[in-house]
Design a protein around this ligand. Structure first.
Ligand SMILES: Nc1ncnc2c1ncn2[C@@H]1O[C@H](COP(=O)(O)OP(=O)(O)O)[C@@H](O)[C@H]1O
Ligand SMILES: [Mg+2]
Length: 327
């Protein structure tokens, strides 16, 4: 078992694209870590550079106390599950799971034992003789995970592991992945563009943009105190209210706003959206549209004039020029 240390790492493609840009990052031993950001921000490239599938242009990647920057992927003791699983279609589930062991020349009996044990841990015990084409998306995903786990790597790298599943299965697989990772205590880095997934799963999150890390913190930290307006916009199921005032931009999450006698914003209700046990209300405040969340059955009527406020600690101020949180 081992953590990952990344120091001043850049990965530049031959066409000049600087997909990872002077990045520093430490992932702790046994941590479940999320790389989160919009499409094209460099998540996959960073993961592939850790795995050794892309060469680092500058900087150092260490796993535990080993500098692996110049090592071949096979020498790094990492297992990577790709976005499209990449199971071998002509092999059974058992053969797929045992493949990394076969390549290493591990005895056949050990290969079989490991495949059975890992498959059972992932509820695939009854499917060992099937081929990938005979599995559902969720089962394929678990088979790919089983293969990575059976490889007995020190580090597990997952690229959008849940993105090919439909919404309900994704929730189940998410819970399952978290439980599995706890049991294995395997240092795991997973890539996602889904902020809800990152918040739900990760011990810590790095929010990426253009090859760099905008903020690194626990889910609670990035949700409650986004370091800049980019992160504020990216994190949260409903967008944060960002309202320019004099020399700052005020940032308040809709979840923290509620009707108040003396509030921050006053406006007339223009839209009410049902979110299930809550509703998102939009207030028309002249130039600004302010969203706030109300419990079910507490929706105001359209046109009503409402004043909303938030606890002082939940009202953030961002620099108008730089977009950075003002401490
Ligand atoms: N093989 C490649 N050659 C050149 N540019 C690439 C290659 N792969 C990715 N890129 C570019 O690098 C940037 C980061 O891509 P990627 O790491 O795939 O982002 P993400 O996984 O966050 O969507 C993008 O601008 C993308 O177009
Ligand atoms: Mg990607």
């Amino acid at each position: 078992m081992a953590g990952i240390t990344i120091a001043a790492l850049s990965t530049v493609y031959p066409n000049g694209v600087r997909a990872v840009d002077s990045l520093d990052l430490e992932v702790a031993d046994g941590e479940l870590f999320a790389l989160l950001g919009p499409s094209g921000c460099g998540k996959t490239t960073l993961l592939r550079t850790i795995a050794g599938l892309e060469g680092a242009s500058e900087g150092v990647v260490s796993i535990g106390s080993r500098d692996v920057t110049r090592l071949q992927p096979g020498e790094r003791r990492v297992a990577m599950v790709f976005q499209d699983y990449a199971l071998f279609p002509h092999m059974t589930v058992a053969e797929n799971i045992a493949y990394p062991l076969r390549v290493r020349g591990v005895a056949k009996s050990v290969q079989q034992e490991t495949a059975v044990r890992t498959a059972e841990g992932l509820s695939l015990g009854a499917l060992l003789d099937r081929r990938p084409g005979q599995l559902s998306g969720g089962q394929q995903q678990r088979a790919a995970l089983a293969r990575a786990v059976a490889a007995s790597a020190e580090v597990l790298l997952l690229d959008e592991p849940l993105s090919n599943l439909d919404a309900r299965l994704r929730l189940e697989a998410r819970t399952f992945l978290k439980k599995l990772q706890r049991e294995l205590e395997l240092t795991t880095v997973f890539v996602t563009h889904d902020q809800a997934e990152a918040l739900a799963l990760a011990d810590r999150i790095a929010v990426m943009d253009a090859g760099r890390i905008r903020q690194l913190g626990t889910p609670r930290e990035v949700f409650q105190r986004p370091a800049d307006t980019f992160v504020a916009n990216f994190i949260g199921s409903t967008p944060m209210n960002l309202v320019p005032r004099d020399d700052v931009v005020l940032g308040v999450r809709p979840e923290y706003l509620a009707p108040a006698a003396e509030g921050l914003f006053t406006g007339s209700v223009s839209i009410v959206e049902n979110l299930g046990v809550t509703s998102l209300v939009t207030l028309d405040c002249g130039e600004d549209q302010i969203g706030y969340i109300v419990p079910e059955d507490s929706e105001p009527s359209i046109g009503a004039v409402v004043t909303v406020g938030a606890p002082a600690a939940r009202v953030l101020r961002y620099d108008k020029e730089t977009g950075l949180l003002v401490r």
